[in-house]
Design a protein around this ligand. Structure first.
Ligand SMILES: [Zn+2]
Length: 452
């Protein structure tokens, strides 16, 4: 007799190479069995006609900041849960919590909608070391202080380090190598939002791969669609495949949209960005405030950039076929990369995982259900050493049950915060978090520390 039995669902568990109609037994917080035999449970859920998969692991998400009262608001994580995500890897693009210990305490104080594992944000290390000028290299003393802090954080449970090279143009190879070697010594993950997009993304990927070569660290290339989805995708994927063939461990994440999002004050908009993005400022829109909508002119753009550098923009500038190419590549997994400001922003925060299932599996049939679920679970999760992302006995009972015919991403560019639908049940640690598209327990997610 198991605590919970999920009967007759189509179990799709790429980590165990399973894709067939089976029963799943759960005891306490752990998976107990996946079997074709009849099993009894104290509570039985009929999953006939539904897909049963490991809870999705989002390898690239942002919910890094505590609010003014020092509390953590579940702005993104609530939306992640509603599209099947049960764990996310935060601290991406160089932006992590300033105080990871306090973040962990806040996270676990009452629990959050999904589990969280963190990378340490490089920008935070720089700030703490007093290296405030993002355009300048750090001094030897500052680099030493950053290394010391990084070691402390890795020893305390961080899963690695993320660079936002794009946002800190002053970072040089010496800085990346010194910190990358520390990450390597802890067998952590070294992630990067690389230095440039468009044509220059090719050299930028080379630069990051070189850091991997010289340090031996395992790499994560962030949101490749927004870096190289302008006609460079094939060359960049070939380049990364070549590096992987030399024995570099490379994971790539991507969100399933052909528009990027960043704040208007970001270095992304330094220099002649319009030349890169097709010479039409109206392809860039402001998501919030009095200027909401497509930007009418460069004058207006510069004015907003000066007065409200925090405003979010969405750039409808990537080539859809290049984003498709990335998502179908075996090394690429799903990462939502969502950010919302006052509920406004890019729909990926609330829609990425549901959209991927709807568009690429159900409508375009570009990927099999099995391939798509692998990109949302095992392929990414296995890199981080979590006991998540597959349904092996003894592993955490994070399980998602959905109706593929009904999965819908409701979030749009006009209404980016709308929650996804089509999810019948979601368990986190053997406890029910979602039932019939309603969150029944928003506090089951815990902060996960890496054990070295
Ligand atoms: Zn980024």
């Amino acid at each position: 007799m198991y605590d919970i039995v999920l009967k007759n669902g189509l179990v799709v568990d790429p980590g165990n190479k399973i894709c067939s109609r089976l029963n799943v037994g759960v005891n306490g917080s752990r998976i107990a069995c996946v079997t074709d035999k009849g099993i009894e449970g104290k509570k039985v859920y009929d999953c006939n006609g539904l897909v049963v998969a490991p809870g999705f692991v989002d390898v690239h998400a942002h919910e890094d900041l505590l609010d003014e009262d020092g509390c953590l608001q579940p702005v993104i994580t609530r939306r992640l849960l509603r599209m099947g995500v049960t764990t996310f890897i935060g601290g991406q693009c160089g932006l992590g919590p300033r105080d990871e210990g306090e973040y962990c305490r806040q996270y676990n104080r009452q629990g959050q909608p999904v589990n969280c594992a963190l990378l340490t944000g490089h920008e935070e290390l720089r700030e703490l070391a007093g290296a405030g000028d993002k355009y300048a290299p750090v001094s030897d003393e500052q680099l030493q202080a950053m290394g010391g802090e990084l070691k402390k954080r890795l020893a305390a449970g961080s899963f690695g380090l993320s660079f936002g090279i794009r946002y800190i143009p002053g970072i040089d190879l010496r800085e990346m190598l010194a910190l990358g070697r520390i990450v390597r010594s802890f067998d952590g993950i070294l992630a990067a939002h690389v230095r440039e997009d468009c044509e220059a993304s090719i050299a930028a990927m080379e630069e990051f791969v070189e850091v991997g070569r010289q340090t031996g660290a395992r790499l994560q290339v962030s949101h490749i669609g927004s870096m190289s989805g302008y006609g460079q995708m094939e060359r960049v994927l070939t380049l990364l495949d070549g590096a992987a063939a030399e024995d570099l461990d490379i994971l790539i994440d991507c969100y399933p949209y052909d528009a990027f999002s960043t704040s208007i004050g970001a270095t992304t908009y330094d220099g002649d960005f319009l030349a890169r993005y097709g010479d039409d400022i109206r392809k860039i829109e402001i998501t919030d405030g009095e200027f909401k909508g497509p930007i009418p002119s460069m004058e207006v753009f510069q004015k907003i950039r000066k007065e409200h550098p925090e405003y979010l923009t969405v750039g409808h500038v990537m080539l859809p076929e290049e984003v498709d190419m990335a998502l179908l590549h075996p090394r690429v997994v799903l990462g939502s990369d969502g950010i919302l400001l006052n509920g406004a922003g890019h729909p990926r925060a609330a829609g990425a995982f549901a959209r991927f299932l709807r568009l690429y599996v159900r409508e375009k049939k570009a990927l099999s259900l099995y391939e798509a679920i692998a990109k949302m679970t095992w392929t990414g999760a296995s890199r981080f050493g979590l006991s998540k992302g597959c349904l092996s006995p003894g592993w955490d009972a994070d399980i998602v049950v959905f109706d593929l015919a009904k999965v819908e991403d409701k979030a749009t560019f006009a209404e980016p915060g709308l929650l996804a639908q089509g999810f019948r049940y979601i368990w986190i640690g053997g406890e029910l978090a979602v039932e019939n598209d309603e969150i029944v327990n928003p506090c089951l997610g815990r902060f996960i520390k890496k054990v070295y």
